[in-house]
Design a protein around this ligand. Structure first.
Ligand SMILES: CC(C)(COP(=O)(O)OP(=O)(O)OC[C@H]1O[C@@H](n2cnc3c(N)ncnc32)[C@H](O)[C@@H]1OP(=O)(O)O)[C@@H](O)C(=O)NCCC(=O)NCCS
Length: 153
């Protein structure tokens, strides 16, 4: 996609992303603050001045791409793949990168496997809350399996 850019979020861009979030979500500002503290790289995909997807590359203990998401109206155009590629570029110098994928998300899993990620057999069950587009807060418990890709050094 010619006009797609995936890059680390800058201070100037946070307000633009936050403006499109559901009220009370505050995900962009919190994630940008974690990037500023050196905990992650907050990768945002843009088409012109519209943020269309994002992911967080957490550094410890192994670089791990978390919270990958693409706006529903922009899926299946390679944006998710481009964010994964940007995360791999950020992780250059490390030997591997992880992505956790929920057991009930076979579409995302197929994408990662196509991009060269393989199962580790390691699973984790966790609970979290999220604010949906309608502003309602939902509590979820999920089990995710970690997939791994070896990076060329
Ligand atoms: C999973 C997710 C991030 C993928 O993002 P995406 O931008 O649709 O990803 P891509 O477009 O790179 O790839 C998706 C599929 O579209 C296909 N595709 C990519 N470019 C395409 C194009 N130009 N035309 C048609 N299909 C295309 C890919 O081959 C891939 O096919 P596959 O499902 O058979 O592997 C997105 O669906 C999403 O946000 N889902 C909800 C949140 C979520 O589940 N996140 C993952 C957490 S682990």
């Amino acid at each position: 996609m010619d006009d797609l850019s995936v890059r680390r979020c800058t201070a100037r861009e946070v307000a633009r992303i936050a403006a499109g979030e559901a009220e009370g979500k505050d995900y962009a500002r919190r994630t940008f603050a974690r990037q500023s503290a050196g905990e992650c790289a907050y990768l945002v995909a843009w088409i012109d001045d519209e943020p269309v997807g994002s992911g967080e590359l957490e550094w410890a203990p192994v670089p791990e791409l978390k919270n990958l998401q693409v706006a529903a109206t922009h899926r299946r155009h390679g944006i998710g793949s481009a964010i994964v590629a940007a995360a791999e570029a950020e992780a250059a110098g490390f030997t591997r990168i992880w992505i956790g994928v929920s057991e009930d998300n076979p579409d995302a899993r197929r994408l990662y496997e196509r991009l060269g990620y393989t199962p580790t057999g390691r699973t984790e069950t966790y609970s979290y809350t999220y604010v949906a587009a309608d502003g309602a807060t939902h509590a979820v418990t999920e089990t995710a399996e970690y997939l791994e890709k070896r990076l060329a050094r």
